[in-house]
Design a protein around this ligand. Structure first.
Ligand code: SB7
Ligand code: NI
Length: 187
């Protein structure tokens, strides 16, 4: 079971390296990690388990955050009003995206960052994504709202990018003409 002490924090070199493409079929060990990442997210969102194991709630986790430099991440987003998104995706990519961008009005956080970094993180508002399940079945989806933002946060991890790399250092809350704050009902 993954707990907070397996999650590497900023300053660890693995977070700044590009993760490696995975080959199919995945090894048993890789499949196990894929399942454990999703289990971690579910546990972290379960108040009792989060308290018991000291987990910070997360909607996503990338393999390199547990020091596994491979191209996979998990998302578990079950907000009301949206179809739930719960998956571990292998070799994820964005095949197209909207011109419009979107950002969380409260900024972003990260399980690998133990401090508050204020500022807007503009991201594509809508994306079409591709990838594979751990069993090697192809995935293709169109994502918007929080799901699109979270997907891009995780894909960034696989490329060694942290959310605060996108924040304007001189004016963290500046206006972006092509971007709008994500409204609560779009989460
Ligand atoms: C805010 C939080 C996340 C994604 C997008 C906006 C996920 C935080 C957990 N992670 O550190 C996952 O990498
Ligand atoms: Ni993160």
């Amino acid at each position: 079971m993954i707990t907070m002490d397996q999650i590497i924090r900023e300053g660890h070199p693995t977070l700044r390296k590009k993760a490696e493409e995975m080959k199919f079929p995945l090894t048993e060990e890789e499949k196990k990690i894929a399942g454990e990442m999703l289990e971690f997210l579910k546990n972290s969102q379960d108040p009792e388990k989060a308290e018991k194991y000291g987990l910070r709630a997360g909607i996503g986790i990338a393999a390199n955050q547990i020091d596994v430099p491979k191209r996979m991440f998990a998302l578990h987003i079950t907000d009301e009003g949206m179809e739930p998104l719960s998956m571990t995706i292998i070799n994820p990519k964005i095949v197209s995206h909207s011109a419009k961008r979107s950002y969380l009005p409260g900024g972003e956080g990260c399980l690998s960052v133990d401090r508050d970094v204020p500022g807007f993180v503009p991201r594509h508002a809508k994306i079409t994504i591709k990838g594979f399940t751990p069993e090697g079945e192809p995935i293709k989806k169109r994502l918007s709202g929080l799901q699109a933002i979270a997907f891009q946060h995780e894909l960034d991890h696989l490329n060694g990018v942290m959310f605060y790399d996108h924040i304007d250092p001189d004016e963290p809350f500046r206006d972006y003409p092509d971007a709008e704050p994500l409204k609560a009902e779009e989460e």
